[in-house]
Write a protein that binds this ligand. Structure first.
Ligand code: NAP
Length: 219
């Protein structure tokens, strides 16, 4: 297993749980946030130790070769434009969705405006970044506990094959899910449709956000 240098932009529900698990797996993890002295940041420091960097996005990006995007959809474009140079050439995993937090659950309908992912923004401003789409299609609760009646959930993702694929699969496996690649970035909308399926069952049909994930059965 290789130890990795990971920068996580956003240390909220999703960045916090993934970062905690990757730090526990031995990786170097740095968080980039808006307010590094917030209560949430202090809780992370208390959990992971004072040596963990929780600073500005630029500070975090100088400490990571792999970047997890985990900020609200509304913040993505500015963040990418501002830090384009630091993001270019890195392996970027886009976990963001262009939806307003809580809105889908509250309104019980899908509020996506066009694409859910930020691929085109990343490719415009950081054209040499190696982009993957993962960790966006389940609620953070699935990453906190990926076992459902003892069965390990699958995580659908997409991105180029090759060396980076092995890294992304390692990172997914360390969260406790089975990585399931749907193909290259041309399959990004398929990955995003998994989120729509998840929301339909977990939120609209009322199964509960802590109760739904998917497993592919094969013979
Ligand atoms: N929550 C989930 O279950 C879940 C699941 C899958 C995907 N996602 C996606 O993941 C993303 C994050 O969701 P979340 O629920 O983790 O959000 P959240 O709990 O609201 O946390 C957002 C984080 O982003 C940081 N942030 C906000 N604006 C920023 C900026 N301009 N520059 C740097 N950092 C900034 C915040 O920093 P401060 O705390 O300092 O303000 C906070 O650490 C969203 O795109 C969401 O759609 C969420």
């Amino acid at each position: 297993m290789s130890l990795l240098r990971i920068a996580i932009l956003g240390a909220g529900d999703i960045g916090g749980i993934l970062g905690r698990k990757w730090a526990q797996a031995g990786h170097s993890v740095a968080f980039g946030v808006k307010n590094s002295s917030s209560e949430r940041a202090q809780n992370l420091r208390a959990d992971l130790g004072e040596h963990i960097l929780i600073g500005s996005p630029a500070e975090a990006l100088t400490q990571g070769d792999i970047v997890l995007l985990a900020v609200p959809g509304s913040a993505v474009e500015d963040l990418i434009k501002t830090h384009a140079e630091l993001l270019d050439h890195k392996l970027i995993i886009d976990a963001t969705n262009q939806i307003t937090k809580g809105q889908t659950a509250a309104t019980k309908q899908w509020q996506g405006r066009g694409s859910l992912n930020s691929l085109s923004t990343i490719q415009t401003h950081a054209p040499h970044a190696r982009v993957y789409r993962a960790f966006n299609s389940y609620a953070w609760e699935a990453f906190a506990n990926p076992l459902y009646q003892g069965v390990q959930a699958d995580l659908f993702y997409c991105g180029p094959d090759g060396e980076d694929q092995a890294i992304v699969e390692q990172l997914i496996a360390e969260i406790g899910l089975r990585p399931l690649r749907l193909g290259g970035l041309d399959k990004i909308e398929v990955v995003d449709e998994v989120l729509q399926l998840w929301a339909t069952l977990a939120l609209f049909q009322g199964w509960g956000r802590d109760n739904v994930a998917f497993k592919v059965l094969t013979r």
